[in-house]
Design a binder for this molecule. Sequence first.
Ligand code: MN
Length: 316
Amino acid sequence: MTNNTYTELSHSEDCEKHANQFIQEFPLRRAEIGQGTVIKRALPSRHKRMIGAWCFLDHAGPVTFEAGQGLDVGPHPHIGLQTFTWMIEGTMLHSDSLGTTDQLIQPKQVNLMTAGRGISHTEVAPANETKMHAAQLWIALPDDKLTIDPAFNHYPELPVVNQSGIEFTVLVGEYLNTVSPVKVHTELLGVDLFAQAATKARLPLNPKFEYGFMALEGTATINGHHLDEDNMVILEPGLEYVEVEIHDNSRVLLLGGEPFESPILLWWNFVGRTQEEIKIARDQWIAEDPRFGSIPSYQGERLKAPILPDSMRPSK
Ligand code: MN
């Protein structure tokens, strides 16, 4: 009898563990990035470094400000990654060292900047803008693409699928037989899910992918786990579908990808593999090396590289 009870108990615990081993959630960190703009930072986190090649994820805003008081991020460099902006509300002007000048990004549009071996850019709110709400992400480039040519692409329109009361905008990769035009270099997914009225749906997953869910507006439930603007829900690879409930007027960002091939080093605006690569990039930025070009149209100062952490400074 005692034995049986024990067996029963351990069996049910195993089942519980089996059902939950694919899911975890963690809180987002809040930070201010200037001009009163609050961001919720999901990646990297000590709980989860990356989702596929997605290696950085900020939920910026929503914020309202006086005209002329919007974000103004001066020239700064990137290497080894793609920056990805999904605009929800407000507009922003992008300029870069490739000669792109004041490219306007509007709601429902994507900017993709491929840093490759090196680029610099600025992001400035237009003078008459009073709102900003965006998801800002970085995509790590795979080992054999780390030093590709820099590029900038503006995508004015992304494909939309309406199903189960959800508006799916396919930002990156393929979902529901719909392919995004955004060019990335690994197996990756990014989808914006919006529901005006509360709805439940079973969504297909690729068992090879790990996934992350972030609420950009409102709340949702992911396989029974509450999701709001202060947490992230992660699904480990191995699942074929997920049960979601999206509450009314709620927007959820779904990210996915094959677990990334190699550990990355992320410091300041750089993604690399070795400390030496990062240190060289920092020195070249400080020396105004042509690697990062220049943005003559921008009237302010370049951003200063922070001091390297002790662990990355050469020993004396
Ligand atoms: Mn940047």
